[in-house]
Design a protein around this ligand. Structure first.
Ligand SMILES: [Zn+2]
Ligand SMILES: [Zn+2]
Length: 401
């Protein structure tokens, strides 16, 4: 079969590789109809993670079950399914408590497993014609409809970015009436804003520096904040302090809560410096969030930070160590949640919102391409050029007009 294979920093290729096989009775083989390219694939693409030589990328996978092992009971050949990017066993201490992002069984080298990802176990990615799915009964989410229907792209986003955006809102404790600041208007940031609104937030500010992304944020009902126009936390505080309705509702002293109650980092360690966008400033977003979130507020960090980063700017950064404003965090009594999303906790509910017509996350998709077009798409996505924001590969299709 054909698959996307990592060759060296900034280069992937389409190669013919052996078809995956059923290795355990609990496996299924899925014929892929849609596979996302993710911003987190770019960390590997750029050579920013160890051990990705020869790796087959792709952790956002959806398709039709082609064969099942003898121990698979609830998933049938022909079922349309989407898989969480987390590979999980479903029965270990962490999985049983819903923390499938920290499965103790599937990754011999750590506490989380994933397809096609550095450090996440021996599972090939799904940017390919077929994918082996371990613990298929647990990891396959069954979907209605037919491949290629109007829900195809919405359902594909259940593998990672929609649940991750939703998880960000959960980590930040977004509840009805809350005010929220989301840093980053890539796919996850936009879906974090979208999820915050689904959860009933009163106001959602979205910070980015790219006009098209900010326009998307505005389209879904968020308030765009362009960091090229000045420090985002100050812009947000100014906007709120000039809002007569917000001011008119405050008792004496409440103007000390001039920021927002919930903050979301959907950028991570590769944040571009506001002062010099050519430079990375890995703690910039955290510093901004600590400024803009009110005392007793909450912060959700879903942007990626790695423990090992061969491309880090200095010795500490290479080991994922950064200076944090812990004094301010403590004085304000902020709660911070971090980490990978346990996709399984949310994907069935988010699927049902899609089916009911209450959510349409595919508004973030910019390109639908064939496998052959993937190497060029990686390059453009990495440059964020030509409007490449979210690419979905269609391995069964030989040309998309
Ligand atoms: Zn992803
Ligand atoms: Zn487990």
């Amino acid at each position: 079969m054909r698959a996307i294979v990592y060759k060296k920093p900034n280069r992937v290729a389409v190669e013919t590789v052996p078809d995956p096989e059923l290795e355990l009775p609990t496996d299924a083989i899925v014929r892929i109809t849609s596979a996302g390219i993710c911003g987190s694939d770019l960390h590997m693409y750029e050579g920013r993670t160890p051990d990705s030589d020869g790796m087959r990328f792709g952790h956002e996978n959806m398709g039709v079950v082609e064969s099942i092992g003898t121990a698979v009971l609830n998933i049938k050949v022909g079922d349309r399914v989407v898989m969480p990017f987390n590979v999980a066993c479903g029965s270990c201490f962490n999985c049983a408590r819903g923390y499938t992002n920290a499965c103790l069984v599937v990754n011999p080298d750590g506490v989380s497993g994933g397809y096609g990802y550095s450090g996440m176990g021996p599972y090939a990615g799904g940017q390919a014609e077929r994918l082996r799915v371990p613990f298929a009964d647990f990891n396959c989410l069954k979907l209605p409809g037919q491949p290629g229907d109007d829900f195809e792209d919405d359902f594909l986003l259940l593998s990672d970015v929609f649940p991750t955006g939703y998880h960000a809102a959960v980590l930040a404790g977004v509840e009805p009436g809350d005010s929220v600041a989301v840093f980053g208007a890539g796919p996850v940031g936009l879906l974090a804003a979208y999820s915050s609104l689904l959860r009933g937030a009163a106001e959602v500010y979205v910070v980015d520096g790219i006009r098209e992304r900010l326009a998307r944020a505005q389209e879904i009902g968020a308030i765009p904040i362009d960091y090229n126009r000045g420090e985002p936390c100050k812009q947000i505080q100014k906007m709120r302090s000039e809002n007569h309705f917000i001011q008119g509702a405050q008792r004496p002293g409440e103007n000390k809560m001039s920021g927002v109650m919930c903050g979301i980092d959907a950028v991570g360690y590769q944040a571009r410096s506001f002062d010099d966008p050519k430079q990375e400033n890995p703690i910039q977003v955290i510093e901004e969030l600590v400024h803009v979130v009110n005392p007793t507020g909450r912060i959700g960090i879903v942007g990626v930070y790695f423990a090992e980063d061969p491309g880090g700017a200095d010795k500490s950064a290479k080991h994922g160590q950064f200076r944090l404003p812990l004094g301010d965090i403590f004085e304000k009594g902020l709660t911070i949640g971090t980490g990978q999303t346990p996709v399984k906790k949310y994907n069935a509910y988010l699927r049902d919102l899609i089916i009911a017509g209450r959510a349409k996350p595919s508004f973030i998709v910019s390109h639908r391409l064939t496998l052959e077009e993937a190497p060029a798409a990686y390059e453009k996505f990495d440059q964020r050029s030509d409007g490449y924001t979210k690419v979905i590969l269609k391995p069964e299709v030989s040309s998309i007009s």
